[in-house]
Design a binder for this molecule. Structure first.
Ligand SMILES: [Zn+2]
Length: 237
């Protein structure tokens, strides 16, 4: 596993620990954490800190502090679970799509992305050698696997909100740097950029608002981008 060079900030990890991220963003972050040992460690440190802060806040409000001994009594008085787990025979779990097959090799997906892809990936060719397979994760974000063929580039664009890109294979570059496997790249409304790739790149991208192409004929696609975002997030206007 290649170690990442670009990681989520402490602010993003903390938002994740407190459940403040959309499900789509959380999926991208969970996938990075699965691939990145340092973020796994940092994330559990931040979670511990949140728990300590929560406990301390509770201690400062005696009336609100939970009755742990009462809770323990309640838990130990519950009947013990016995017998077999309940199985619902009509509900077969969807098979996990654990790999994406490229021309000459296969990419093993982080578990959370395997689950996201388990409904099946339908690839669409977009302009400029970009291939896209959307997955529905929540109603707030547009989530998709993107495969950029070698030598391709996305038209220069800016964002109305946030874009998270997790590189799964290969790499791409933009005005801010080069990104390789496991890298977690965040762009926001301040950034205008043009991703391109020499070697080809498979990534997972999450948008919380439509992107806006800012130059040339690509600007004609902006209404389509808005439509795609609304369709991906099931928003109706
Ligand atoms: Zn990391």
């Amino acid at each position: 596993m290649t170690s990442a060079n670009h990681h989520p900030s402490d602010e993003v990890l903390s938002d994740f620990a407190q459940g403040r991220l959309s499900t789509g963003m959380s999926v991208a972050l969970s996938a990075h954490i699965e691939l990145c040992q340092s973020c796994r460690q940092r994330s559990s440190e931040l979670e511990s800190r949140e728990i300590v802060a929560w406990l301390q806040a509770d201690q400062m409000q005696p009336s609100a502090s939970p009755d742990f001994s009462g809770m323990l009594d309640l838990i130990t008085s519950q009947p013990q679970m016995t017998g077999e787990a309940v199985v619902e025979p009509d509900r077969e779990p969807a098979p996990l799509v654990s790999e994406i097959h490229m021309l000459d090799h296969s990419i093993t997906l982080p578990r959370v992305l395997a689950k996201a892809a388990s409904k099946g990936l339908v690839w669409h060719k977009l302009a400029g050698g970009i291939n896209q397979a959307q997955v529905q994760i929540d109603n707030e974000t547009q989530c998709e696997f993107l495969y950029m063929t070698p030598g391709s580039q996305v038209p220069v664009h800016r964002h109305q909100g946030n874009e998270i890109t997790l590189v799964l294979d290969g790499g791409f570059e933009d005005e801010f740097g080069h990104y390789g496997p496991s890298d977690f790249v965040v762009r926001d409304r301040r950034d205008q950029h043009q991703p391109s790739t020499e070697e080809g790149c498979l990534c997972f991208a999450v948008l919380d608002s439509p992107l806006t192409f800012t130059s040339g004929l690509a600007r004609l696609f902006n209404p389509i981008n808005n439509y795609r975002f609304r369709r991906a997030t099931s928003q109706r206007y």
